[in-house]
Ligand binder design. Sequence first.
Ligand code: C2E
Ligand code: CA
Ligand code: CA
Ligand code: CA
Length: 279
Amino acid sequence: AKQQGRNTYQWYASDLNDEANERVELRNDLQKALENGQLVLFYQPLIDSRTGRVRGSEALIRWYHPSRGLIPPNAFIPLAEDTGQIIELGTWVLYQACRDAVRLQGLGYREHRISVNVSPMQLRQGNFSQKVTDTLRQTGLAPELLELEIVESAILYDTEQVIEHLRQLRALGVGIAIDDFGTGFSSLSYLKLMPVTKIKIDRAFIKDVISNRSDAAITQGILSMAHHLALEVVAEGVETEAHAAFLRKNNCEMLQGYLFARPMPFAELLDYLGQRSTS
Ligand code: C2E
Ligand code: CA
Ligand code: CA
Ligand code: CA
């Protein structure tokens, strides 16, 4: 790769095979996407399981590719992690999400929290907590209204530095959620060390929670452990009324999934919130 300017990279693909070519093309396109505003954030509401009220929403990135159409994150986030582009992408996501959160504030949704996914590579940057602090200051968002979602594996790397970043952010009031909980094969002892405020049970356990006794036992076990540690729990992938009923019965505080709403553009989120608050 030849660096041409601060954020401009040109990749030469001549002697690579098709799959690699495809990746190189995607990587070049992603660089253009970052520069040309083809990336957008969708938002999916998080519902309070007792009251049914919207407590916040999770920002989920989408890419409107000029020729390929809408590309889901699983098709480009792993690539962006390989190339290091995740740093620039993550910076954009954080800034945009905080700005949208400030807009929600201005519209009267005073307690609406925004959750932002953070890649392990971002956390391993030496200045991560400073970057988040700067973004909060630039956008004027109250730290209590931002929550960072972190996968378990992120915590296994460079633990000291990562814990220090999270401590600083936690001290400001930023929430820290462990994402995809239960899928990381990691020791649970880190939960004692980490300034974590919330756990998100992965959709993989919720999917068959009604029919599969192991999934039900794991879900109940996670809920019980989390509550003993005074952590809130969100269940991902809540698709049916039966899922929601099971989770309510087991005191899962928050529910997220297609049963309530799919991820949607910001303008649609405003409509959704408006309809719910008047009906
Ligand atoms: P995640 O953080 O576990 O996000 C939840 C995924 O489940 C989202 O997929 C969401 O659309 C989907 N989902 C929500 N409710 C349901 C449901 O009821 N049923 C089913 N089948 N799926 C549901 P999405 O938006 O495609 O995102 C996939 C992954 O991409 C995310 O998984 C996250 O790991 C990553 N991602 C998304 N946005 C960002 C971002 O801004 N930064 C980073 N680093 N990663 C992101
Ligand atoms: Ca997430
Ligand atoms: Ca997940
Ligand atoms: Ca994930």
